[in-house]
Write a protein of this length. Structure first.
Length: 292
């Protein structure tokens, strides 16, 4: 379908409303970007959220995989400049404006497809492969929108995506277990004498001490990824530097909150307040725009 300028602008406004309602941390990091870059990141978020919702949705694993393939066909049409319905207009605009890679967009769908069946990850390298699909590829797409010249940026964006995804994994241990998913590597659980049930029991389980040691280990791993990934901040276009800086600040704050709660992520979902998010984002933007 083709769209008039007014229809495209309305589609972008609708996309922004969806991001504001659903995106949480991302919304605060996107807010101060220049309009076109902000719109593009909104459209990429909306696309990723759509794939993730299918993977987490109702139906059998096979039904969800088939819906993801339908989603992929809609993506193919969008990349060709023929978005199948108004919901794809903003992504079509962003693909054309920022020359977004079809392979990276398809990698997002591939990563979500892995979540259609019960998930267990054996090794750290397998965890890195999973994080690449659902987060690293998104980092590369985001970097393309930010703008950069240094060819180190895509790999740094992957590392930042890994850090953020591992933070999500640590925050959502119980929720993921309820969906028959365990993203922490079996080799790590074995190292600390744990099994998957210990991730649900947490501090209340018979191996609470081992659970605490595991969580400290995984938080150190996430922070190491953040340390590397945030090196991209001074390498992207100045008008976009605040966005990755704010995302890193917000997700690092979640890691700190997990520690503050004694690694109890089972009792309630770990989150940070809206005023704190605003403060973290603003300070990160201020630092990043002065970065050299």
């Amino acid at each position: 379908m083709s769209a008039s300028t007014s229809e495209l602008e309305e589609a972008h406004r609708a996309c922004a409303r969806e991001v504001r309602l659903a995106a949480g941390n991302f919304y605060y990091a996107f807010r101060l970007l220049p309009r076109l870059k902000r719109q593009a990141l909104h459209s990429v978020y909306q696309f990723c959220r759509g794939a993730d919702d299918i993977a987490d949705g109702d139906g059998s694993p096979e039904q969800r995989r088939l819906r993801l393939e339908d989603y992929r066909r809609a993506l193919d049409l969008t990349i060709e400049g023929r978005p199948p319905d108004p919901g794809w207009l903003t992504l079509a605009d962003s693909v054309q404006r920022f020359d977004l890679s079809p392979s990276n967009l398809n990698e997002v769908i591939d990563g979500c497809a892995a979540d259609c069946t019960p998930m267990r990850i054996a090794t750290e390298s397998a965890l890195a492969r999973y994080c690449y699909g659902v987060a690293g590829s998104v980092g590369i797409l985001s970097a393309r929108i930010f703008g950069y010249q240094d060819q180190a940026v895509p790999e740094l964006a992957v590392r930042l995506g890994q850090a953020m995804q591992l933070t999500n994994i640590l925050r959502d241990l119980k929720e993921d277990f309820d969906r028959e998913r365990c993203y922490l590597p079996d080799e790590d659980l074995d190292r600390f004498g744990l099994d998957h049930q210990d991730l649900v029991a947490g501090l209340r389980g018979p191996r609470a001490a081992g659970y605490v040691r595991l969580m400290r280990h995984e938080i150190e791993r996430a922070r190491a990824h953040f340390e590397v990934g945030t090196r991209l901040v001074p390498l992207v276009a100045r008008d976009a530097r605040g966005c990755p800086a704010a995302l890193a600040a917000l997700y690092r704050a979640i890691l700190s909150e997990i520690e503050k709660r004694g690694f109890d992520v089972q009792s309630e979902r770990v989150s940070i307040s809206a005023p704190r998010k605003v403060g973290l984002a603003v300070r990160a933007w201020g630092w990043a725009t002065l970065a050299t």
